[in-house]
Design a protein around this ligand. Structure first.
Ligand code: ARG
Length: 583
């Protein structure tokens, strides 16, 4: 069984071939002029150019040959050679009944791949901030989308657990509690089970230490030393590292849970670090490493570069490794352990050059296959009303949890007054997440947007709460039908334009999903979900579904409601949005 529009596209392609023309792809689009047809095919112009023919002539040949088969309600030509198709009621009804049997019919991709995703990147000992929001939202949704289309997916949290931030925190702990055994070279035996710091301590310590290091070169030097010391495996510092990890990871996990963001693998930079020696040995054997001013580098510039791509710094002159080295070792590990067809990285666009260097080195060194796709998927910023990256009122970085709280306050106001207590809190949280996620995924991935919790939580317009509210209403309608023992199994008839419009909007879900998948941006899905929902609501306001006296019509309407409901839930789930029982 195949997606409806795809079947039509293949059918038309065959028809064109039979007329003696070669064509690579046929794409049907939703008609921009519904009075002429449901869908349109605009590919004739290109074909005519190739064959040096008049497009209207080819279009006419095609229209005539399709008319012979007689299963569209109408097919006609317009303008310089556009072809418009109107589907027959029978076609629409049959397809929607297939969808009713199997809502997954539309959830397919041509070529299934194993995709490894890297969209965590939270830094240990630092709170998740709004910068991590978009990588988590977009990454998680892309993973769910890829998976729903039939790909294998593995996501890694890839925590920043091995760098200077930890050294800074360690230095701060050392200055405050110099007598702790972790700093005593002569300490014998084991170290305490209890962590000397809580997560709150870490949250307070890191910004202070970081600020101090910026203004005090001596302090910075000490931080570098302590970082190098734990990285080279100092026993005491490693015991402290374990404590910091445990405390901080618990908090990071809770934040990702709150964001409905999941990882199959919870590794970090420290795990990749273990692979650096064998990586370097391999690179040496392949003669790819060059010496440059005491450092060891890999050249990655290419002949036709239109911008400067500096060499990848593998080992710094002081013997330490760079962020690039860690990522290269990480690819090494991922290829050995999971051997994915593609690796996707999500961070903001400032890391573009970093990934360009790493990907080039990985290809050059044949750490990945020629066919392995390494992809950097950047995104725009979330701004405040002033158009600058979103900050707290006093200009600091806003914590992710505080940001969701802001949305929860607004969403709580929208919930039914009879929902109280714990349930009210829980539902406000789910609705808030829908508001934040939908607003984040609605613009094209690279577009910046303004954080506006009041607008995001509106029950009207393109918002998460509007979609939830409408979807819950579909569910209550179906529940009432069940209570009244009204059976609905099939769509039997199309009663009006409102009903027909929803049916049309459900035809091209597969194309929308694939478009989003290819562009690695959820905007098409968000727009389509809104369109289906809005079209359904127009139909809902127009008709009294449960009290409709014609039982064939009533059954058709209820079945249609069920299909829209099922699909809405599926699409919302891809976006990482849950549907509450009520709101
Ligand atoms: N921890 C990094 C940061 O906060 C992001 C990591 C992204 N992933 C990677 N493999 N480099 O900037």
């Amino acid at each position: 069984m195949q997606a409806f529009i795809k079947t039509q596209e293949e059918y038309i392609k065959e028809k064109i071939k039979k007329l003696g023309y070669e064509i690579k792809d046929v794409t049907l689009n939703v008609s921009s002029r519904p009075e002429l047809g449901d869908y349109q095919f605009n590919g004739i112009m290109a074909l005519a150019k190739e064959y040096k023919r008049n497009p209207r002539e080819i279009a006419e040949e095609l229209v005539n040959s399709i008319k012979e088969d007689n299963f569209y309600k109408d097919i006609n030509m317009a303008g310089p050679g556009f072809i418009n198709i109107t589907f027959s009621d029978e076609q629409l009804i049959n397809h929607l009944n297939e969808l009713n049997e199997n809502i997954n019919l539309n959830y397919t991709v041509d070529k299934k791949r194993t995709i490894f995703l890297d969209y965590g990147g939270a830094n240990v000992a630092k709170a998740l901030h709004v910068g991590h929001l978009r990588s988590a939202n977009i990454g998680e949704a892309l993973k769910r989308l890829a998976k729903s289309l039939g790909n294998e997916t593995i996501a890694d949290a890839h925590l920043g657990d091995w760098g200077r931030p930890i050294g800074l925190v360690m230095l701060e702990i050392k200055n405050r509690f110099p007598n702790l055994p972790y700093f005593d070279e002569n300490h014998k035996g084991s170290y305490p089970d209890q962590s000397p710091v809580t997560n709150e301590d870490l949250m307070e310590m890191y910004p202070k230490a970081s600020e101090k290091a910026k203004n005090d070169e001596k302090y910075m030097e000490e931080a570098r030393e302590i970082t190098a010391k734990f990285q080279s495996g100092d026993k005491g510092l490693m015991a402290l590292w374990e404590h910091i990890m445990n405390v901080s990871k618990k908090d990071i996990k809770a934040s990702y849970d709150r964001l409905n963001t999941t990882f199959e693998v919870w590794e970090g930079e420290s795990d990749c670090d273990k692979y650096i020696p064998e990586l370097i040995e391999y690179l040496e054997k392949e003669k790819l490493i060059k010496e440059s001013q005491g450092a060891r580098i890999i050249e990655v510039k290419e002949e036709n570069d239109d911008h400067e791509v500096p060499p990848l710094l593998l080992v710094k002159s002081n013997g330490s490794h760079s962020y690039e080295t860690t990522d290269l070792a990480c690819i090494w590990e991922r290829m050995h352990k999971w051997s994915p067809d593609e690796i996707w990285y999500l961070t903001d666009s400032r890391q573009a050059l970093h990934f360009e260097q790493v990907f080039r080195a990985a290809k050059k060194a044949k750490i990945v296959k020629d066919t392995t796709k390494l992809e950097f998927i950047p995104f725009g910023t979330m701004n405040g009303v002033d158009g600058k990256p979103f900050k707290t009122r006093d200009g600091g970085t806003m914590k992710l949890d505080d940001l969701i709280d802001l949305a929860a306050v607004e969403c709580e106001k929208k919930i039914l007054p009879n929902i109280i207590g714990e349930e009210r809190k829980k539902i406000a949280e789910i609705v808030a997440l829908s508001a934040v996620k939908y607003a984040d995924l609605l613009p094209y991935r690279l577009t910046d947007y303004v954080f506006d919790p009041v607008k995001f939580s509106d029950l009207q317009g393109k918002t998460g709460p509007y979609l939830l509210y409408s979807t819950i209403r579909m569910k209550s309608l179906l529940a009432k039908a069940n209570e009244e023992k009204i059976e609905y199994k099939k769509i039997l008839t199309i009663s009006d334009e409102f009903q027909r419009n929803i049916m049309i909007s459900l035809l091209n879900i597969n194309s929308v999903l694939n478009k989003s998948f290819e562009s690695r941006s959820l905007n098409d899905i968000c727009e389509h979900l809104y369109k289906i929902t809005n079209t359904y609501n127009n139909f809902y306001y127009q008709n009294r579904i449960l009290t409709e006296s014609n039982i064939k019509i009533r059954e058709s309407w209820l079945t249609l409601t069920k299909i829209v409901y099922d699909n809405n839930c599926k699409m919302l789930k891809i976006l990482g949005i849950n549907v509450p029982e009520r709101m």
